[in-house]
Design a binder for this molecule. Structure first.
Ligand code: GTP
Ligand code: MG
Length: 590
C-alpha cells in the first residue's frame, strides 16, 4: 500500500526508466516499512478529514476552494468524473474539525418539502448566479484532474508496443492500470459514508474496505468489498468506565445479523446518497448487500464481520510489499486470464482473481536457480510475535508476522526479471501435476491433494478449505491448455520477432480483437459503444450525432442480435447473477 500511497503518478516508459529496470535490485525492502494497519489507519484518518463535493464543472474549483477556505484549511483538492460525466471535487482538509465546520454551513435543498437530506461526507456545491467574481483567482491548483479515469486502451496498447522488453511491458501494464490514489481515497470515503450513517444507530461499528481495493492487486475500477464489523474498542471495554450502553437484543427466528443486514440494505436504499440498485442477499450463511454507488461509479459488496477476509487482504498486501516484482507479475497474469476468459466478472465454475493471485504467489515461492523470491506463509507464522496475534470470527487464527523488517534476511534472493518470471510461471503450471498435487502457499511446495476436486488451492488462513473448490473439471482443463499456449507464445517472443502481437500484447489482446474493439470506440471520450447504445429506440443515445460511427460499425451492428433477444438475455442474466452470487457465498463458507 505504501506503493499505492507514494507512487500515485503513473509514468511513461521513458528510456531512463527502462534502463533503471535493468539495474533494479529487486531484493530491496523499503527501508521504513509501514505495516498494513498503519496504512489503513492513515487512509481512514484521511477520509475523516475529507469531503466529496459535486460541482458543475472542473472550473468550479476556484469558487469552491475560496468558499471552503473561509471556513477551514483546505489541504488538497482532487477532481474526478463519474460514469455520467458529472464532476466532483474530493477535498482534503487539514483536520477533522475543519470538516465539521464546513458541514455546519450545509443546508438542504428547499425546493421539495419531501426531501429528507442525509448527513454524509457527500455534498454538492450550489451555484449562485452573479456571484462568480466575488472570489479572486487562487494560487492553489487542483492536486489531480480527472483522477478516476481509466487508461485509454488504445493508448495502453500503443505504449506496450513501444516497450523494448517484455519486462518493460509488464511493468508498464502495472503502472498504467493499478488503482491510483484517488481510487483508494474514494473507496475509503464510501466506507466513511456508511460509518457516519450507522454511527447514529450503533455505538461500535467500523467499516473497512478489503479485497483488491486494499491488497495492492486492485486495478482502476475494481469492485469495492466492504466489511461491517463490531469495532472492539478497548476504551469501551474499560471496567473503570461505570456507565454502560443499554443493549437491544435482536429477537426473532433469523440470525440477528441477517436482520441487521436487512436494515442496512434498507438504509442504503433510503438514506445513503448515491447508493442505487441495492440487492439484499440474506439467506446465505454470510448475508451480503450489493449496491452501486453512482456518485463514485463503484460497485460495492458489503458483508458482516468477515475479518478473515481483511486479514487475507493483509497477507496478500504483505507479500506484494516483499518484492517489487510480485504485483506487476500478478497484474499480467490476471489480465491474461481475463483475456482468455479463464476469469469472468461474474461468479461461476471458473477460477477467480483471488485464487489466481495465490497461484502467482505460490510460483514465486518455488526455488529458482539463484534463490527464492517469496517466503512461505509458514515462515511468516514462525516469525510472528505477540503483537501479531489476530483471531477472526469462528476462532480462525490469522496470526502471522506483520512487520517485514523483522523477517530474517534471505540468504539469496532470485534476481530474475519479469519477462523470465512470466515465462516460467506459464511453464511451471504447464507441467504442474494438478491431478495429484495441491497448491499451498503455506508450505510453499506442492502437497498431496486431500480429495479429487480438479483444482486444489489451500486457503492459508483456513487450511482445511480449498479456495478453488468451485472450479469444474472443464475449466481446470482449459487452465492447463491456456498456460501451455501462453508459454508457447512467450517462447516465440524470446526468438526475437517483433510482430503486432509481440510480447505481452499477444497475451492481453490479439491484434485482430484489438482492431474490432477500436472500431467500436466512438466519440471523444473513447468509450466503448454498448449494445444498449446501438439498439436504444426509446432513449436517444448520448452521442447519436456522432458521425464517427463508420460503415464498419454499422456492419457489426447489423450482425448483432436483435433488441428483443438482447432484452431476454439481460433478464436471464440478472437472475443468473443473483443465483451465482448466492452460490458463491455458500461455496465460500462451506
Ligand atoms: P477482484 O474483486 O476480482 O479484483 O479481486 P478480490 O481480491 O477483491 O477478490 P474478491 O472480490 O473475489 O474477494 C475479496 C477478498 O475476499 C479477497 O481478496 C480475499 O481476501 C477474500 N476471499 C475471496 N475468496 C475467498 C475464499 O474463498 N476464502 C477466504 N477466506 N477469503 C476469500
Ligand atoms: Mg473484490
Amino acid at each position: 500500500m505504501s506503493v499505492l500511497l507514494n507512487r500515485t503518478k503513473s509514468f511513461i516508459c521513458t528510456k531512463s526508466f527502462c534502463k533503471s529496470l535493468l539495474v533494479r535490485n529487486y531484493s530491496d525492502v523499503p527501508k521504513k516499512f509501514k505495516t498494513f494497519d498503519e496504512v489503513i489507519a492513515q487512509r481512514r484518518e484521511e477520509a475523516r478529514r475529507s469531503l466529496v463535493v459535486q460541482v458543475n464543472s472542473e472550473s468550479s474549483f476556484n469558487e469552491l476552494y475560496n468558499y471552503c477556505s473561509t471556513h477551514a484549511t483546505v489541504k488538497d483538492v482532487h477532481h474526478y468524473k463519474n460514469f455520467n460525466d458529472e464532476h466532483f471535487m474530493l477535498m482534503e482538509f487539514a483536520s477533522e474539525d475543519n470538516v465539521k465546520e464546513v458541514l455546519q454551513t450545509c443546508c438542504f435543498h428547499q425546493k421539495d418539502a419531501d426531501i429528507m437530506a442525509s448527513k454524509s461526507p457527500f455534498v454538492w456545491f450550489r451555484a449562485t448566479p452573479g456571484n462568480k467574481n466575488k472570489y479572486e483567482a487562487t494560487t492553489k491548483s487542483l492536486a489531480v484532474k480527472d483522477g478516476n479515469n481509466k487508461v485509454d486502451e488504445d493508448e495502453l496498447f500503443g505504449n506496450l508496443m513501444e516497450c523494448h522488453t517484455v519486462s518493460d511491458q509488464i511493468q508498464m501494464l502495472y503502472d498504467k492500470t493499478k488503482l491510483n490514489d484517488v481510487g483508494i481515497r474514494l473507496r475509503f470515503m464510501l466506507a466513511r459514508q456508511l460509518e457516519v450513517m450507522m454511527s447514529s444507530l450503533y455505538a461500535n461499528i467500523a467499516i473497512y474496505p478489503f479485497g483488491s481495493s486494499v491488497n495492492g492487486f486492485g486495478k482502476m475500477g475494481c469492485d469495492l468489498d466492504l466489511v461491517l464489523t463490531n469495532n472492539v474498542n478497548y476504551e469501551l471495554l474499560d471496567t473503570n468506565r461505570r456507565l454502560v450502553y443499554q443493549e437491544k437484543k435482536c429477537e426473532g427466528g433469523r440470525s440477528p445479523w441477517q436482520r441487521h443486514m436487512e436494515l442496512v440494505g434498507t438504509l442504503l436504499e433510503l438514506r445513503v446518497a448515491g447508493a442505487a440498485r441495492v440487492q439484499k442477499i440474506l439467506n446465505a450463511r454470510v448475508p451480503i448487500v450489493k449496491y452501486s454507488h453512482e456518485l463514485t461509479s463503484l460497485d460495492c459488496d458489503l458483508c458482516y464481520n468477515n475479518m478473515s477476509g481483511v486479514y487475507m487482504s493483509e497477507l496478500l498486501w504483505l507479500l506484494g510489499e516483499r518484492d517489487q516484482r510480485v504485483r506487476p507479475l500478478t497484474f499480467a497474469v490476471r489480465r491474461w486470464a481475463r483475456t482468455v476468459s479463464l476469469t469472468n466478472p461474474h461468479p461461476g465454475r471458473w477460477i477467480t482473481n483471488f485464487p489466481l493471485t495465490l497461484m502467482v504467489l505460490f510460483f514465486l515461492q518455488q526455488r529458482r536457480h539463484d534463490g527464492f523470491i517469496l517466503p512461505s506463509f509458514n515462515k511468516l507464522v514462525a516469525a510472528a510475535g505477540k503483537d501479531d496475534i489476530r483471531i477472526a470470527e469462528e476462532s480462525v487464527n490469522c496470526t502471522f508476522l506483520r512487520d517485514l523488517n523483522k523477517l530474517p534476511a534471505d540468504s539469496s534472493r532470485s534476481e530474475d526479471n519479469l519477462e523470465t518470471l512470466l515465462y516460467h510461471f506459464f511453464e511451471y503450471y504447464a507441467q504442474f501435476d494438478f491431478q495429484e498435487k495441491a497448491i499451498s502457499i503455506v508450505e510453499g511446495v506442492p502437497i498431496r491433494k486431500p480429495n479429487s476436486l480438479p483444482l486444489y488451492i489451500v486457503n492459508p488462513l483456513e487450511q482445511a478449505l480449498n479456495v478453488s473448490r468451485n472450479v469444474s473439471f472443464e475449466e481446470c482443463e482449459r487452465l492447463k491448455m491456456e498456460v501451455r499456449n501462453a508459454a508457447w507464445h512467450l517462447e516465440a517472443v524470446l526468438d526475437g520477432k517483433k510482430t503486432e502481437d509481440w510480447g505481452l500484447l499477444g497475451l492481453l489482446e490479439k491484434q485482430s480483437t484489438r482492431g474490432v474493439k477500436k472500431l467500436l470506440r466512438v466519440g471523444h471520450n473513447h468509450r466503448l459503444v454498448s449494445v444498449k447504445d446501438l439498439f436504444a429506440e426509446d432513449e436517444e443515445p448520448k452521442r447519436k450525432t456522432d458521425q464517427q460511427i463508420d460503415a464498419s460499425v454499422k456492419d457489426i451492428k447489423n450482425a448483432m442480435v436483435t433488441k428483443k433477444e438482447t432484452k431476454e438475455r439481460q433478464l436471464k442474466f440478472k437472475n443468473t447473477q443473483v443465483a451465482n452470487e448466492v452460490y458463491r457465498i455458500k461455496r465460500n463458507k462451506l
